[in-house]
Write a protein that binds this ligand. Structure first.
Ligand code: DX5
Ligand code: ZN
Length: 237
């Protein structure tokens, strides 16, 4: 189970020390929400912020969520700035396929995200190519919104496909994730939990991350960790 605090809910006046705080909380990933004012009605921050924050949280995996209409212009800058993985949206249409390969070419892990109103079937053609499926549980653009319970069946569907096709992508949830809603998502098959206000809003980030991890681990359906089996080592010639 991976907990990914979202920097969007941190103090924007001191990103680096907030990232350090996230690292000290023992959260594995730092979620970085990139908003372009077009794909979503808000702006957040760009590659320069990611570059500045990177040394403050060296041990964390940087999970860049691109809520952008033209992610192609940002992939290389974010890769250079220190992203470990980048997620693009399925709502971009056929172009998503090209973007997935561009991200892979940069040597980064790749995710495909799906918004609440979008039919889950649209992610199916991409499942064999991605490392992660991000099921949005709010309409993206702002932190602090309420969890949309109607998205839970999508998590179940994506988990079912993973079992049926014997794939190993992660299932990430993002939006309105609190201790309660994280448990609901874990029961449905999620294994990666993005939380902004649900974690940064707690008196101690470290205690909150520990608590969320404990709760979702206990709620996970049996067999969920199967996909974490070590991969066969590549043949070295
Ligand atoms: C929503 C972003 C989320 C956001 C979540 O547009 O994609 O990652 O930071 O914030 P909370 O957890 O506060 O809903
Ligand atoms: Zn996000």
């Amino acid at each position: 189970m991976i907990i990914a605090p979202s920097l969007l809910a941190a103090n924007f006046g001191r990103f680096a020390s907030e990232a350090k705080r996230a690292e000290r909380s023992k959260a594995e990933w730092l979620h970085l929400d990139i908003m372009d004012g077009h794909f979503v009605p808000n702006l957040s921050f760009g590659p320069e912020v990611v570059r500045i924050v990177r040394p403050a949280a060296r041990k964390m995996e940087f999970d860049v969520h691109l809520m952008c209409s033209k992610p192609e212009i940002l992939l290389e800058p974010f890769a250079k700035a220190g992203a470990d993985r980048m997620t693009i949206h399925v709502e971009l249409g056929e172009w998503a396929n090209d973007l997935i390969w561009q991200i892979k070419k940069l040597g980064k892990k790749v995710g495909i995200a799906i918004n609440p109103p979008t039919q889950v079937g649209l992610v199916e053609p991409f499942l064999k190519q991605v490392d992660l499926v991000l099921v949005m549980t709010v309409n993206p653009g702002f932190g602090g919104q309420s969890f949309i319970h109607e998205c839970v069946p999508k998590i179940q569907q994506v988990a079912e496909w993973r079992r049926e096709m014997n794939l190993n992508y992660r299932i990430e949830v993002d939006g309105g994730i609190t201790f309660q809603t994280a448990v609901e998502c874990a029961k449905a098959g999620a294994d990666t939990f993005v939380s902004g206000t649900g974690l940064f809003g707690q008196p101690s980030l470290r205690v909150a991350v520990e608590k969320m991890r404990r709760l979702v681990t206990a709620a996970a359906p049996p067999g969920i960790f199967k996909f974490e089996a070590p991969m066969v080592a590549p043949i070295v010639r």
